[in-house]
Design a protein around this ligand. Structure first.
Ligand SMILES: Cc1cc2nc3c(=O)[nH]c(=O)nc-3n(C[C@H](O)[C@H](O)[C@H](O)COP(=O)(O)OP(=O)(O)OC[C@H]3O[C@@H](n4cnc5c(N)ncnc54)[C@H](O)[C@@H]3O)c2cc1C
Length: 541
């Protein structure tokens, strides 16, 4: 990491711009998006933050710390409610301690102790959750009820479990192109470690620099590939976890038809069943052939139809991101008022030009025009730069009183138009009602032959002190529409505490009961990340 990790916002503190630069951004929002006069504020220093005293005595045989700054760092993820509370220096929900295990034995000891003492344990990878996945709010209301203090319910305390000590690449099997790696390894360290073998994971979520393999598996993260290898699931051969009931692991084979897949119990488990300690991952060399172009559409719906036809023609572009005009504006792509499809193909074995030509012919038939070469390169470059640096913008926006968040989903093509139209109306109404104004943009992050995964960003005017209430109103309006229109509450951001109520509406009661039974078996004392993914059940002491 090049810099000091921000204790309240995204990434490293050094990339938080000076007041003058933020004032310029505020002016852009005022003139281009219609925001009223924005007031640029400064974050507190670490020493000014409010943190309660820890209230649990710790196990002697597991490395743990109660150091204030470490507890602050492990209090929140990186959603809007997290950033805004961090920006105000409110760390009321801080965990009592942070466990720092270096191996599975430490984790086993910690889980035994926590089960006996009824202390909740929250696995913490990179802490980039945007769904309240790592927040020690055990009633499962993280950020939703507008309070800043913790509610521990029946628990005697909360320990955040850092995976930083399990960050090794244990072995690389070059012949089969796979590696066994520790769950706590971060994206850049993993690819640097694999460099010597000429291999990579090639799974790039936007949070890649600050998130971990274990976090990706626990949340079923979505990477940069728009088609084919969309989720981390596609790169996972087998997973191993320590649960309070013992070790849970799958055999490392390329495929198996032997019963329900044990990996599937851990992919998306969000720390509710146990702690993922390592995984065998499928690797690939860097692609040799690449081609990329950007196509402009006068109509968003022309772009939608072109995208549908491309994926239904069995083309598998690595990048296939349709941006609506507001996304184009926010990403500073030189195509005002247009929708832009950023299209890219890559391959190890064969040239990709003919796939690109086929895709362009489809775009042409739906009114798309290729941006000239310079503009196309600009659009592609702006897109890539803003992909990794974009999240830093959120820090700036929070500092000037802009409420900014995202939500994402997946839905079949036949339902998309109605969903999009209703969502746009509902979110615009909610922003007008809660904040007086607001703007929402849409892009496709992933596309499938049977439907897109649209990703929405909304920006509205926040009122100091009412931010969480305003955010909840907008977020709930969007989530209600998603569930009512047959979409999923999340394509890749996970469930956590924030999406849990809607996740429950999406699943059958029988399935939820089976998951709860699974949790009872693996985590009899109910200590694993209570309130995330599933509702807390009653804790018997
Ligand atoms: C700016 C930004 C961009 C993002 N972009 C993407 C994106 O492109 N694609 C995407 O899918 N998501 C994205 N996210 C969401 C987030 O980064 C992902 O969910 C990521 O997978 C979380 O990894 P992490 O290591 O930070 O996990 P954490 O945030 O630490 O944890 C996430 C959840 O997993 C559990 N967990 C973590 N590690 C383990 C473990 N070893 N064992 C058991 N449970 C564990 C935690 O308890 C928690 O419930 C983004 C978030 C931000 C803030």
């Amino acid at each position: 990491m090049n810099g000091t990790e921000s204790f309240w916002g995204w990434g490293v503190s050094e990339k938080f711009p000076e007041r003058k630069t933020r004032r310029e951004l505020a002016e852009r929002l005022e003139t281009e998006l219609g925001f009223p006069d924005l007031t640029v504020q400064e974050p507190p220093s670490l020493s000014e933050c409010r943190v309660p005293e820890p209230s649990v005595s710790l196990p002697e045989d597991v490395p743990c710390t109660t150091e204030r700054d470490v507890r602050i760092h492990h209090t929140y993820g990186k959603s809007y409610p997290d950033l805004v509370r961090g920006f105000r220096g409110q760390f009321g929900p801080a965990p009592d301690a942070v466990a720092q295990p270096t191996d599975e034995t430490d984790i086993q000891r910690l889980l035994e102790w926590a089960s006996e003492e009824t202390v909740a344990v929250i696995p913490f990878g990179g802490g980039t959750s945007v769904v309240g996945g790592v927040e020690p709010d055990l009633e499962g209301r993280a950020g939703l009820d507008g309070t800043t203090s913790r509610s521990t319910g029946a628990y005697n305390g909360v320990v955040s479990l850092s995976l930083d000590g399990l960050d090794s690449i244990h072995e690389v099997d070059e012949r089969s192109r796979r590696a066994r790696v520790g769950a706590g390894i971060y994206g850049p360290a993993l690819n640097e470690g694999l460099e010597a073998y000429g291999l990579q994971l090639r799974h790039y979520p936007q949070s890649y620099e600050f998130s971990t393999v274990g976090g990706w598996i626990a949340t079923r993260a979505g990477g940069h590939f728009a088609t084919r290898y969309t989720h981390i699931d596609d790169f996972v051969e087998s997973v191993r976890a320590v649960t309070p009931a013992g070790i849970l692991e799958a055999r490392d084979v390329p495929a198996s038809g032997a019963g329900p897949d044990p990996n599937r119990f851990l992919l998306g488990s969000e720390g509710a069943f146990g702690v993922i300690t390592e995984a065998w991952l499928r690797l690939q060399p860097r692609p040799v052939h690449r081609a990329r172009v950007s196509v402009e559409f006068d109509s968003f719906w022309g772009g939608v139809e072109a995208t549908r036809e491309i994926v239904q023609s069995r083309l598998t572009p690595a990048n296939c991101r349709l941006l609506d005009p507001t996304e184009v504006l926010l990403n500073e792509i030189p195509a005002p008022g247009k929708s832009v499809l950023v299209l890219g193909f890559e391959s190890l074995a064969q040239p990709v030009e003919s796939d690109l030509e086929t895709a362009l012919a489809i775009c042409d038939s739906h009114g798309g025009t290729i941006q000239d070469e310079t503009e196309s390169a600009d659009a592609g470059d702006s897109w890539r730069n803003s992909f990794f640096d974009g999240p830093y913008l959120f820090n700036q926006l929070v500092s000037m009183g802009v409420l900014v968040d995202t939500f994402e989903t997946a839905v079949t093509w036949d339902r998309f138009e109605e969903l999009h139209t209703t969502l746009t109306r509902a979110v615009q109404n909610a922003m007008a009602d809660a904040c007086g104004m607001g703007v929402m943009s849409c892009r496709f992050t992933h596309v499938y032959p049977d439907g897109p995964a649209p990703y929405y960003t909304f920006l509205a005017l926040a009122e100091e002190g009412r931010e969480l209430e305003q955010w909840r109103q907008i977020k709930s309006a969007a989530a209600d529409v998603l569930i009512a229109h047959g979409a999923t509450i999340t394509h890749h951001h996970a469930v956590g505490r924030v999406h849990r109520d809607w996740y429950e509406q999406e699943q059958s009661e029988t399935y939820l009961a089976a998951l709860q039974s699974m949790k009872r078996t693996l985590d009899p004392a109910g200590i694993m990340n209570p309130g995330a993914l599933l509702h807390n059940r009653e804790i018997r002491r």
